[in-house]
Design a protein around this ligand. Structure first.
Ligand code: COA
Length: 298
């Protein structure tokens, strides 16, 4: 509630929150690292337009490793630089691919904008308003660190063989993509669209449970209580839905959550309400999981 995504990045890398000078140094480093090699931009532009963005991102990160001459340098300084470079460049790869697949001009990073604002600017081509930025920043914070989830586990397996950081993050992106992990946020919107209206929710859930189909955004491998991130996103989803004048998705989501708790004692997870938040911000559904990847890379 009180810190920006960049402060969280610093916290994760240094185990303490930054003072003002440390924060400024990190922010300028991230801005400076946003420029990605031309060779990687060329590769991104050549991806088929129908490629799901998570495929594009996985391959772009792997390509970034090919263009980094110190990819295998395992000194602490080099590792820190690579970590920062990846954090800065992953959103740029996502945004470039998103623009390229629509045959739109690429929007280059704006050094005056922080991470969340810059990403919104690069996908939309317009400066986001303050509310959009603070919402996106909060989503980044909530997704940044979450212990040993599946993608972190796979990244750690790769790095523990003394492979390089690009390989580890590539592995992690492949794991995050699955619908039982990060891909669930995209699945939530697809499910809501399939259900269609609030009065269809009960029958849909009953049928899904009877046929042992998973409800996306519900349940968690670790949390058997409410995911602490979910209430923040639920609150944001409510505010934004009211603003865009489309309360249907949040009403349906809340009914689904209520039923799943009653029937299976399962709670909503981080993906459940983040889907409605991103939807209300006008972000295309297939960018939901890449946003998780952007923040989680830290
Ligand atoms: N929809 C329907 N049933 C579910 C469910 C869901 N989303 N999540 C779990 N269940 C069922 C399980 O099948 C199991 O049923 P059973 O007792 O009849 O065998 C029971 O609830 C208990 O499952 P649990 O042990 O709590 O889940 P898990 O640890 O095996 O799986 C997930 C955890 C995250 C993989 C699972 O909850 C899931 O697939 N959720 C949907 C995808 C999702 O949102 N992923 C993002 C996670 S952050």
């Amino acid at each position: 509630a009180k810190v920006s995504y960049e402060e969280v990045v610093y916290l994760l890398h240094h185990n303490h929150l930054p003072n003002r000078a440390e924060l400024e140094e990190l922010k300028s480093a991230l801005v400076a690292y946003r420029e990605i090699p031309k060779g990687v931009i060329d590769i991104i532009k050549k991806f088929p337009k129908h490629t799901p963005p998570m495929h594009a991102l996985r391959t772009a990160v792997s390509a970034l490793g090919c263009f980094d001459t110190v990819a295998d340098d395992d000194t602490m300084d080099a590792q820190r630089r690579k970590a920062r470079r990846l954090i800065a460049q992953i959103p740029v790869c996502v945004a470039y691919f998103h623009r390229a697949r629509q045959k739109k001009e690429l929007i280059h990073p704006d050094p005056s904008l922080g991470e969340a604002a810059n990403f919104l600017y690069m996908i939309n081509g317009e400066k986001p308003n303050d509310e959009m930025v603070s919402t996106m920043d909060m989503c980044y914070v909530l997704h940044a660190d979450h212990g040993m989830n599946a993608s972190t586990f796979s990244a750690r397996v790769t790095i523990a063989t003394l492979s390089d950081m690009y390989s580890a993050i590539t592995t992690a992106i492949g794991t995050l993509k699955g619908p039982l992990h990060g891909g669930a946020n995209e699945g939530v919107i697809k499910m809501l669209q399939e259900i269609g209206t609030l009065d269809h929710v009960d029958a849909y859930i009953e049928d899904a449970l009877a046929n042992k189909r998973k409800i996306m955004g519900i349940g968690h491998r670790v949390y058997k209580v409410l995911d602490p991130r979910a209430p923040h996103l639920q609150r944001m989803a409510k505010i934004l839905s009211a603003k865009v004048g489309d309360a249907k998705w949040i009403q349906m989501s809340e009914r689904i959550a209520e039923l799943m708790l009653q029937k299976k004692s399962l709670n909503a997870n981080v993906d459940f309400y983040s889907a409605t938040v991103y939807w209300s911000l006008g972000i295309p559904t297939d960018l939901f999981t890449p946003i998780f990847a952007i923040a989680r890379t830290s």
